[in-house]
Design a protein around this ligand. Structure first.
Ligand SMILES: NC(=O)c1ccc[n+]([C@@H]2O[C@H](COP(=O)([O-])OP(=O)(O)OC[C@H]3O[C@@H](n4cnc5c(N)ncnc54)[C@H](O)[C@@H]3O)[C@@H](O)[C@H]2O)c1
Length: 350
């Protein structure tokens, strides 16, 4: 039940939020929920007491515990955000949903399709909100790309090509595929809104940890549309670049650019001629103008937290709901199966 805060005649509903996991990413959730007016950050849980001391120093009004059970029992926690390692997501989210909490889970939703399907079913059964933090879907840049696609400017889409590489952070519980590719897969899922037909992937472990630090993933859609994703923890510089090519225009989205992250190019080729007489064929190159759409500067995670609260209040399905989380986990699981089989294509549709 939501706790109402009476302000004069007006009754404002304030949602009590508990955050589980305060390592590298959790503090970003704490900061955003703390600053948003439609909720009150009431609890934070982490298994490590030193992290809780950090929370107490920064947010003295927030109660802390090393026990997630204690947090889930607290009457002033209506909704929970989970930022613990991927292997713990399913259990913590399940326990929260069973106790009637609405749940925001960090990406990827779970470590397996089986777990993600069970969570989606449980959230529906309990009539709870289940949302996954596919943070880039809420970024101004990706939303600007979506607008260009929605207006039909690209024409027929030919390919989606994404590079997400940097030096580290090496994870010990997941490989680079499960760590970085959820971002590209979530962006692709949001932009394309298409069901992939098959996936193939290869990967390598270059540093003796037994965990792949490099992966190349190729996804096939109906027709000739292809997506390719390159994720890597062993690169000298950080690159975050997505290329979308259509029959009419092309887009480069470079998230490392301080401004003008999205550029739309009126470039392409036109093939004039008879394919059977290839030596007579004429290829015309079109090099028209480029423009950079205006990008809304709000922090993407602020939007994630705000959207979650809106959905909790209005009891509406989030943009990145459990199903969206499941679609990304399905691709990750099949890509990993392909990687284990030396790159053999894994079909996603019958
Ligand atoms: N959206 C993004 O851009 C983004 C970026 C980084 C990480 N993440 C996601 O956030 C999650 C956490 O990643 P991280 O890099 O912060 O990891 P981390 O290891 O730095 O932090 C995880 C924290 O969870 C705590 N924890 C583990 N099990 C717990 C339990 N059972 N109860 C309470 N606390 C527990 C650990 O003590 C640790 O402090 C992962 O799912 C990761 O994929 C998302």
């Amino acid at each position: 039940m939501l706790s109402p805060d009476a302000v004069g005649e007006v009754c404002i509903v304030v949602i009590g939020i508990g955050v589980i996991g305060c390592g590298y990413w959790g503090p970003n959730l704490l900061r955003n929920f703390y600053e948003l007016e439609s909720c009150r950050l009431t609890w934070c849980c982490d298994a490590r007491p030193e992290r809780l001391r950090w929370v107490q120093g920064r947010y003295p009004t927030v109660r802390t515990t090393t026990s997630w059970e204690e947090l889930l029992r607290a009457p002033d926690v209506q909704a929970v955000a989970i930022a613990t390692p991927v292997s713990t997501h399913a259990r913590l989210a399940r326990e929260a949903l069973r106790r009637g909490k609405d749940v925001l889970v960090e990406k990827p939703l779970t470590a397996s399709v089986r777990e993600a399907e069970a969570l989606v079913a449980l959230a529906e059964q309990e009539r709870r909100i289940l949302m996954v933090d596919h943070v880039f879907v809420y970024s101004g840049a990706v939303r600007a790309v979506k607008e260009v696609i929605r207006r039909g400017e690209l024409g027929d889409l030919y390919y989606f090509d994404s590079v997400r590489v940097n030096l580290g952070l090496f994870q010990h519980d997941v490989n680079v595929l499960w760590d970085l590719a959820p971002h590209d897969l979530a962006i692709m899922d949001y932009l394309l809104e298409l069901e992939p037909e098959a996936v193939m992937a290869v990967g390598a472990c270059n540093v003796g940890t037994g965990i792949e630090n490099l992966a190349y993933v190729t996804i096939r859609f109906a027709g000739h549309l292809l997506a390719h994703i390159h994720v890597n923890w062993l690169a000298p510089v950080k690159a975050r670049r997505t290329l979308l090519c259509g029959s009419r225009k092309m887009i480069i989205y470079d998230d490392t650019e301080p401004s003008e992250k999205v550029k739309v190019y009126d470039r392409g080729i036109t093939f004039n001629g008879d394919q059977s007489l290839i030596h007579q064929a004429l290829i015309e190159y079109r090099t028209g103008d480029m423009y950079a759409p205006r990008i809304e500067p709000t922090e993407a995670l602020r939007r994630v937290c705000g959207h979650f609260l809106e959905c909790v209040e209005a009891r509406k399905a989030p943009l990145t709901d459990g199903e969206a989380g499941l679609r990304v986990v399905r691709l990750l699981e099949r890509a990993e199966a392909s990687m284990r089989a030396g790159g053999v294509e894994q079909r996603l549709v019958a």
